[in-house]
Design a protein around this ligand. Structure first.
Ligand SMILES: [Zn+2]
Length: 80
């Protein structure tokens, strides 16, 4: 879990939600909900990213751009 520029927008939004909740409940509950929201979104975004990384795999071949499988390019290494 690392800090990103996008997190600033996320935190700003959550602070607004917390401020909106404070008139209806104790500030401590509003902060708790805000924190839950923050970590919920972080976990969701992290899972989505790792799914994308899995799909991308081990990278792409520097020569042809094919997806690397088992540290080999199925396109170039097959020809050798
Ligand atoms: Zn290749």
């Amino acid at each position: 879990m690392y800090f990103e520029k996008r997190d600033v927008v996320l935190i700003a939004g959550i602070i607004l939600v917390m401020i909106g909740l404070i008139p209806f409940m104790a500030p401590v509950y509003a902060v708790t909900i805000g924190l839950l929201l923050y970590f919920g979104i972080k976990v969701y975004v992290g899972r989505k990213r790792s799914m994308i990384e899995k799909e991308v795999g081990e990278g792409v071949c520097m020569e042809c751009g094919f997806t690397i499988v088992d540290k080999k390019c199925p396109n170039c290494d097959a020809e050798k």
